[in-house]
Design a binder for this molecule. Structure first.
Ligand code: SF4
Ligand code: SF4
Length: 148
């Protein structure tokens, strides 16, 4: 029976002690997962942040994430950093034109804008486009450690 693959968009945060360790390579080799780099930022000698799309069998993905955490990488699921306030949203559709991943999409049957946070890469475009300030998010560089 073919195994089902799933994908997760995650934010990996490396502190200065571990930021040059090849832990992603090791996770890929150990658990046979695939990854796609969506965004990378480095604050030299302070912190590194990577947004990755991980793909693989669900159990293997969980094992890979646990492995990264054991190696002291802070792993956050990107979907948990963004919210739509349905009390504010008027389903105008302005956000769907700027959302490149399809996380915000118009359901033509109900004419409502659907939101799938699992597809979000936290680009921030919808927040700028929304006239109702319905989208809120914690950007990926929020809370960067600045201690030297
Ligand atoms: S732009 Fe704002 S108000 Fe319009 S559909 Fe998107 S989230 Fe809702
Ligand atoms: S932050 Fe970017 S990817 Fe996420 S829902 Fe908004 S526009 Fe789409």
């Amino acid at each position: 029976m073919p195994t089902e693959t799933v994908s997760r968009n995650v934010l990996l945060i490396f502190n200065r002690e571990i930021m040059y360790n090849p832990v992603i390579y090791q996770a890929v080799m150990k658990f046979g997962i695939l990854f796609n780099i969506l965004e990378a930022r480095i604050w030299p000698r302070q912190e590194g942040r990577l947004v990755l799309q991980l793909e693989g069998e669900e159990k293997r993905l969980e094992q890979a994430i646990s492995y990264l955490e054991q190696e002291k990488v802070r792993v956050e699921i990107l979907a948990e950093r963004i919210k739509r306030d349905l009390e504010r949203c008027v389903h105008c559709g302005a956000c769907t034109g700027v959302c490149k991943t399809g996380a915000l999409d118009l359901d033509r049957r109900s004419m409502e804008v659907m939101f799938d946070p699992e597809k979000c890469v936290l680009c921030g475009q919808c927040r700028m486009a929304c006239p109702m300030a319905a989208m809120s998010m914690a950007s990926i560089d929020m809370d960067v450690l600045t201690a030297r």
